[in-house]
Design a protein around this ligand. Structure first.
Ligand code: ADP
Length: 611
């Protein structure tokens, strides 16, 4: 298991391990990928051998004084053979993509599931998000390592097999011939590679520049910013930012193109030296009569071919190394240590008709990287069946408190207890099943109304129960009016026929969803930004009536909304500043009473008081 914070730059998986991993995946998901690779290697090696042998073989037959008929058969055989091998190679190459895409999609799906299932704190951790982004780059397109690695492995295998065959052939001329070619090819390759790898060594810098430029582009197209762009006249600012990052990126690209040019020139010069020396030696041997014309042609062709295999092997190995780094980043995501226990935790089935008690015992919490605790030494027991209100100004820590209660975060110090037991020991997914929550941001997916209420696609929906929940939430009439009733799509992001509900209708739909889930602990975390105070109070009251004696927590910064609760706590200064019923708190004449009066005055007079 790997600790996220201790993550070092060294990849956890080496090249051989990553190749084996991909082969295992293909064996499991689509064996065709492996047979296509094997076929391509066969075609590659056979085609190069046929090309190498055709001229020397015909020349040798001519030297032997073969009959024209035999020569014609031989030439026809070679031509047919080459055509067949090329046709097979083209066929395999055309079809290779399907299986490879299938394997890549499987990896994408796994990564996607990892992200959806990981402990919640990871989702807000920039380090985790950065690594997730890096891992998913590996699967973005056909050209990325999750798919391109098949071509690299195929080419490498073709090069290695051909290299061995050519090596055996050239060693018949003399060991020096093979050695010389290999050595000069290696020099040429490494010198060029040092220059070419500049871009790879500066990939973080390039990634940063691209990220900044893309950020400006994405924000410019972001619907949420569209109004501000127009009203506040943000275009010149955005344009200036775009120009700046595009210029920096252009300068960066110009730098590596200049280096590539030098690499190309160096390659040409060394190839001239290498082939010149080898050809010179072969010519000298031919002049001394040590080689027949056919042998001369064979070795002459083999020299350039041999160089090509050696260079190919080095190039493929470098490519494989790069791809392997990215594949390692992908695989490492599955190893990131989870702060929460899931399937390895104690099972926690929901008990029917049971009233749960929740407790925060001496809980402190600090967000990663923050300088101060958001909550400090909080003690709070929510008694079975109690309706608790959590109130306080924006930023006081109400949502943080709810995240701790719901098990989305674990406290930095102290414990969260369910019926007296620390929730850390339980399977966290089981724990989540206990909560019917409505949060500030609605999580509506582009799907039908029904799917959004029952939270599943396709079968498995209990329609009578769904309608009952829609009815109780007060949104059933609206849904009946829709063109396709509960099968109408929500939102227009994916479905052109989708509809948009108003803020209030959406609230009620989310309420119906929470009712459908029927979790024994109810949480309402200010899902009412779009509502006026009276509508918010009505919604809270309705929710309270509908959920009966469930253990419930209601959060609001509007104190009038939660006055019906059994107990109200005022969160301030990282802790619980006051607690009691609405009347008790008003009579106490403290902070709650002060804030309540200010808010009442504001709502009555419609003016903003700056306290
Ligand atoms: P409330 O719900 O009362 O408005 P929150 O619990 O959302 O308050 O936030 C309490 C404090 O914690 C705020 O100062 C906020 O800036 C900070 N905070 C909230 N979420 C995060 C986060 N993911 N990372 C860092 N700080 C956060």
């Amino acid at each position: 298991m790997e600790n996220l914070r201790d993550h070092s730059q060294k990849p956890a998986y080496g090249m051989a391990s990553n190749c084996a991993f991909m082969i295992r995946r293909a064996w499991r998901d689509c064996k065709g990928v492996l047979s296509v690779c094997a076929g391509l290697v066969f075609c590659g090696v056979t085609a190069s051998l046929l090309e190498l042998l055709v001229v020397p073989a015909i020349l040798e037959a001519v030297e032997r004084g073969a009959a024209p008929g035999a020569l014609a058969v031989m030439t026809g055989g070679f031509t047919l053979g080459m055509a067949a091998v090329r046709a097979l190679r083209d066929y395999l190459e055309q079809n290779a993509i399907f299986g490879r895409v299938h394997v890549r999609q499987g990896l994408c799906q796994d990564l996607h599931l990892t992200f959806c299932r990981t402990s919640f704190p990871h989702i807000e951790d920039p380090d985790y998000l950065k690594r997730m982004k890096k891992a998913s780059h590996c699967l973005d397109s056909n050209r990325d390592p999750g798919e391109a690695v098949w071509k690299t492995m195929t080419d490498l295998a073709t090069n290695v097999i051909s290299f061995v065959i050519y090596l055996l052939l050239l060693s018949r001329v003399g060991p020096w011939a093979a050695g010389l070619c290999a050595a000069l090819s290696a020099v040429s390759y490494f010198a060029g590679e040092r220059i070419r790898s500049w871009r790879y060594r500066h990939r973080e810098e390039e990634g940063e520049l691209r990220h900044k430029r893309d950020y400006v582009i994405n924000r410019s197209r972001d619907l949420k910013l569209a109004k501000d762009i127009r009203i506040f006249g943000l275009v010149p600012w955005l344009n200036e930012l775009y120009g700046k990052y595009a210029r920096l990126l252009r300068d960066f690209c110009a730098q590596y193109h200049r280096r590539y040019l030098w690499a190309g020139l160096l390659d040409v010069a060394l190839a001239f030296l290498r082939n010149g020396a080898a050809y010179g030696l072969l010519i000298a041997m031919a002049l001394r009569g040590e080689l027949t014309p056919a042998q001369f042609v064979l070795y002459f062709t083999a020299v350039s071919g041999f160089t090509q295999w050696v260079t190919g092997i080095f190039a493929q190995l470098t490519e494989l190394h790069r791809q392997s780094l990215e594949l390692s980043a992908l695989r490492e995501m599955a190893d990131v240590e989870e702060p929460f226990r899931f399937e390895d935790g104690r099972p926690l089935p929901v008990k029917e008709n049971h009233l749960y008690q929740l407790e925060l015992r001496d809980v402190s919490f600090r967000y990663p990287g923050a300088e101060e605790d958001t909550l400090s030494h909080v003690n709070l027991t929510i008694r079975p069946g109690e309706k608790l209100a959590v109130v306080g100004k924006n930023g006081a820590g109400k949502t943080t408190l709810i995240k701790l209660l719901c098990g989305l975060y674990d406290p930095t110090e102290g414990q969260v207890l369910l019926d007296g037991e620390d929730i850390r020991q339980f399977n966290r997914r089981d724990y989540y099943r206990h909560f019917s929550a409505v949060f500030q941001q609605f999580s509506v997916l582009a799907g039908t109304v029904a799917e959004n209420v029952v939270q599943t696609a396709g079968d498995g929906a209990d329609l009578p129960r769904m309608w009952d929940c829609l009815e109780r939430a007060g949104v059933a009439d609206k849904i009946r009016e829709l063109p396709q009733r509960e099968n109408t799509h929500l939102g227009r992001e994916v479905y052109l026929d989708g509809i948009d509900l108003s803020g209030g209708q959406m609230q009620r739909l989310m309420l119906a969803r929470a009712l459908y889930k029927n979790g024994p602990v109810v949480v309402l975390d200010e899902p009412t930004a779009a509502l006026d105070p009276i509508a918010e109070r009505d919604l809270y009251q309705r929710y309270s009536d509908l959920t009966g004696r469930c253990t419930s927590v209601y959060i609001s910064h509007r104190l009038a909304s939660t006055r019906f609760c059994d107990r109200i706590i005022l969160v301030e200064g990282g802790g619980i500043a006051e607690e009691g019923t609405h009347e008790e708190l008003l009579n106490a004449g403290g902070r709650y009473a002060y804030l309540f009066h200010i808010q009442s005055k504001y709502y009555q007079e419609g003016e903003i008081e700056d306290e």
